[in-house]
Design a protein around this ligand. Sequence first.
Ligand SMILES: NC(=O)c1ccc[n+]([C@@H]2O[C@H](COP(=O)([O-])OP(=O)(O)OC[C@H]3O[C@@H](n4cnc5c(N)ncnc54)[C@H](O)[C@@H]3O)[C@@H](O)[C@H]2O)c1
Length: 248
Amino acid sequence: MIKVLVNGCNGKMGQEVISEISSNEAFEVVCGVDKNENDKYNFNVYTDLNDIKEKPDIIIDFSVPKATMNILEYAKNNKIPIVIATTGLSDDNLRSIKEASKEIAIFQSANMSYDISLMKKIVAEVAKAIPDTDIEIVETHHNRKIDAPSGTALLLASSINEALGNTKKYDFDRTSKREKRSKDEIGFSSIRGGNIVGEHTVSFFGEYETFEITHRAYSRGLFAKGALKGAKYIMGKKNGLYTMDDIV
Ligand SMILES: NC(=O)c1ccc[n+]([C@@H]2O[C@H](COP(=O)([O-])OP(=O)(O)OC[C@H]3O[C@@H](n4cnc5c(N)ncnc54)[C@H](O)[C@@H]3O)[C@@H](O)[C@H]2O)c1
C-alpha cells in the first residue's frame, strides 16, 4: 500500500482525497497536515512539520500556496515525491517547484481532471485552425474560491497562446479601459457563486459564428481521483516535473 501524507487535510479537497483513499486498496493515509488540529481522523494531523513521525511514500497537497511551499521543502529534505494540486501559485512558487523537481519527482497540475488535459489539446488545435477569432474564457466556481481567474483558465489560455506562438496578451479586467477589444488578447471572466465545482468555457468568436468548448465538473471527487492517478504515476519515477499531460 502506498502511504500518503495529505497536506490541507481539513479542507474540502483534503477530505475528498481521504474519502477516495478509504475506498482504494492501493493507498493508505498515514498522516495529515493542516493549520488547525483535527481529532476526527484515525491518523495524526500535524500543524508543525517538525512533529511528523510517520514516513509517507508520497504527499498529496490541496492547500494554499504558503503551505505548499512549506511542504515542498519538507518533501525535498525527506526525498518524498509530491503531488501538488494547490492553485494560485506565483511565478516564484512555480520556479521553486521546478527547482525542487531536480531532487524529487513532482506531479503538478492546476486541474487534476484528465478531460481538462484533453480540452487543453483541443482548444490549442481550434485556435490554430481559426486564429482570427476573438478568444474569451469564462470560468465559474463556488463562492469560497479565493484565486481568480482559476488556474485551469490560465492553463487553457497558455495552451492556446503556445499554439499561436505566444502572440496573445491576457486581459483580466476591462472595467478601467475605454477602448475596443484588440485581436491579440485572450479575455477572462470569473463568476463566483453557490457550490459550483468548476466550469470552463472557451469561446472563439468569429464574424458570423461562434465556436464554444465547455467542460463541467460535477464532483470534487474527480480531482481527488486525478490526484491519486498522478500519485501512482510518479511513484518510482525519476526526479522531474510531471503533469496530467504526461498521462494523457
Ligand atoms: N488541481 C486541481 O484539480 C484542484 C481541484 C480543486 C481544488 N484545487 C485547489 O486546491 C486548493 C484547496 O482547495 P479546497 O477547496 O480544499 O480549499 P479549502 O479552503 O477547503 O482547504 C484548504 C486547506 O488548507 C489549509 N491550510 C491553510 N493554511 C495552511 C497552512 N499554512 N498549513 C497547512 N494547511 C493550511 C486550510 O486550513 C484548509 O483546511 C485550492 O488552491 C484549490 O484551488 C485544485
